[in-house]
Design a protein around this ligand. Structure first.
Ligand code: NAP
Length: 251
């Protein structure tokens, strides 16, 4: 079935993996809402690219670490497109490299607020719109996890790894909770992917430093992760829910 007319919302759609999901989603025929928190120019570039390709898109600011922003963001999608079929919980952060015995409360609360609580609240808003229990027509949710959930990220960011462990568990539980309400919930778990997230954790050379240690001797690309996300959103994955798909090049 064509994805024409369907609506896709991607948190953190302005850069990296989220931007690739927005662009591929538009190519698949979705109308796309591109969320960002501070880089409006990057979000508008994604929107312009989609429009140049004949698609429909708009940018919507909102911090997934703030409940009021999340509610307003979903409200903006309601007003612009009037429906929601696909939602990608992509926005996420890392912090600077640290051992657990160096982490303070402010760091841990920020990590969990954005990566975990934000993903839960966004999922809540998506379910309210998609679930047949709430009068919706069903839909699909994909959460961005990380190979760090399996590997633990020792000496680097165990807090981030644990936040993604929570995403894995949320994916399994929510999938089972809404499976009879027309919603599929899955996760994509990338390995090291070439984006600006590494620079935001003050490790701009992380990909170059680690690529020889990776099974494929290279990092993944945003497009390689995004194509897995689009697959899980699509009807081709109609019997898949509660799955955590590793896109980590064998790592
Ligand atoms: P990125 O390049 O750093 O981009 C982050 C995106 O999230 C940007 O669009 C940013 O918006 C947005 N964002 C950040 N904080 C936000 C907030 N509080 N509210 C709303 N949006 C926010 O990240 P990425 O590498 O593409 O990562 C995307 C997802 O994949 C994350 O969940 C990450 O944990 C996961 N992942 C990444 C890797 C990797 O190696 N890259 C590996 C495994 C998992 P602005 O542009 O406005 O700043």
């Amino acid at each position: 079935m064509s994805e024409a007319q369907k609506v896709l919302l991607v948190t953190g759609g302005s850069r990296g993996i989220g931007a690739a999901v927005c662009r591929l989603g538009a190519q698949a025929g979705y109308r796309v809402a591109v969320n960002y928190v501070s880089n409006q120019a990057a979000a508008e570039t994604v929107v312009a690219d989609i429009k140049a390709g004949g698609g429909e898109a708009f940018a919507v600011r909102g911090d997934v670490g703030r409940e009021t922003d999340i509610v307003a963001m979903f409200g903006a999608v309601d007003r612009a497109f009037g429906r929601l079929d696909a939602f990608v919980n992509n926005a996420g952060i890392v912090d600077v490299k640290a051992r657990v015995d160096e982490m303070d409360v402010a760091r841990l609360e920020r990590m969990m607020r954005i990566n975990v609580t934000g993903s839960f609240l966004c999922a809540r808003e998506a379910v309210k719109r998609m679930s047949t229990r709430h009068g919706g027509r069903g839909g699909a949710i994909v959460n961005l996890s990380s190979a760090a959930a399996r590997l633990g990220a020792p000496g680097e960011y165990v807090d981030y790894a644990a936040s993604k462990g929570a995403i894995d568990t949320m994916t399994i539980g929510l999938a089972r909770e809404v499976v009879s309400e027309g919603i599929r919930v899955n996760a994509v778990s990338p390995g090291i992917t070439e984006t600006e997230i590494h620079a935001s954790g003050c490790q701009p050379d992380r990909v170059a430093r680690m690529q020889d240690l990776l099974p494929m001797k290279r990092a993944g690309t945003s497009d390689e992760v995004a194509s897995a996300v689009l697959y899980l959103l699509s009807d081709a994955a109609s019997y898949i829910t509660g799955a955590i798909l590793n896109v980590s090049g064998g790592r």
